[in-house]
Design a protein around this ligand. Structure first.
Ligand code: NAP
Length: 285
């Protein structure tokens, strides 16, 4: 019997919940307070689902698998509030962007997931746009997790090089999140003269930092990421864009801040990142 809970009834957590509830109807979706969510799958083309959220602080029974799907600035609060949910063997999946958050856990069985699920929560409505995939390091615990979710719409991809997958997603987030957040404009900001060049400069610096950390990419990685950006619909926002326009804390320290600190550590010259990071910090209330 596998007891599963998800902390964070946002875009990612709700999508994982919808996917897993079909095969694990006892799964609990935990948030700050009782809430009934309306969930629209596949960019609002499917019918609406209803999801019940129960408060994390009042849910008392331990789980075998805990999925944490919250934003990076909320992690410290969750680490204090989730202790009653885990036992020694609980597998924790951190479904989050960014890098280095695992160092904040004392629990032994924690795995960073590289999340390919796109959606947005606004009030009590969650709209899922696309994808249902999480990449995890290949290990006995994550293989067991893959078995637990088999038969659901959630795809678990296991890799022997999770660092590469985390860094790749970090670089994809780096430029587009920075320019959409700082300009407070959706992906159409890429049409502004010089903006694609700015993205490329950030990516060049990001690749150099990765290399200093012994993470190596093919020569065409920057062109590949720019092609991804160019495929974004003009009206598409990024999570940092939605956070800044909603006045929410930004995930700067897990993305730009993490890279900034690594650049300083390895003495990699990153003038564009340094500027972007300071400008983002200035936005943070
Ligand atoms: P989100 O929509 O903001 O959801 C976070 C949820 O956590 C919210 O429902 C929030 O509650 C809840 N929460 C915050 N503090 C809490 C606490 N102390 N106790 C209980 N619940 C708490 O975030 P998301 O978009 O799902 O993103 C989660 C992670 O996945 C982030 O690292 C993000 O960068 C990454 N990611 C997101 C996407 C995407 O398209 N959304 C794609 C890939 C990766 P309230 O609703 O009450 O605020």
């Amino acid at each position: 019997m596998n007891k599963i809970a998800i902390i964070g009834p946002g875009a990612v957590g709700s999508t994982i919940a919808i996917d897993l509830l079909t095969i694990h109807p006892d799964l609990r979706l935990l948030g700050r307070h009782h809430q009934t969510l309306t969930y629209f799958a596949n960019n609002n083309t499917g019918h609406a689902h209803t999801l019940q959220v129960t408060p994390l602080t009042t849910d008392q029974s331990q789980v075998d698998v805990l999925i944490i799907a919250i934003k990076i600035p909320q992690l410290d609060a969750i680490l204090r509030e989730m202790k009653h949910l885990i036992h020694e063997q609980t597998t924790i999946i951190l479904a989050q962007n960014g890098h280095d958050q695992l160092s904040r856990f004392e629990h032994p069985h924690v795995f960073q997931g590289v999340v390919y699920i796109s959606g947005r929560k606004s009030g009590s409505t969650v709209t899922h746009y696309r994808d249902h995939k999480i990449i995890l390091e290949d290990s006995p615990e994550t293989r067991a997790f893959q078995d637990i979710v088999a038969g659901s719409s959630l795809e678990i991809e296991l890799t022997n090089d999770i660092d590469y997958a985390i860094w790749y997603k970090l670089l994809v987030n780096l430029a587009i999140n920075s320019v959409t957040a700082l300009s407070r404009r959706t992906a159409e900001v890429l049409q502004v003269p010089g903006m694609k060049h700015l993205c490329k400069q950030l990516l060049v610096e990001g690749v150099a930092i990765a290399q200093a950390e012994n993470v190596y990419f093919d020569d065409d990685i920057i062109d590949g990421i720019m092609t991804i950006y160019e495929g974004y619909p003009n009206q598409m926002g990024t999570s940092m864009y939605y956070d800044i326009i909603s006045d929410n804390p930004l995930e700067i320290e897990g993305i730009q801040g993490f890279l900034f600190r690594k650049a300083k550590l390895h003495q990699v010259d990153t003038p564009v990142l340094d500027t972007i990071y300071s400008l983002l910090l200035a936005q943070q209330k």
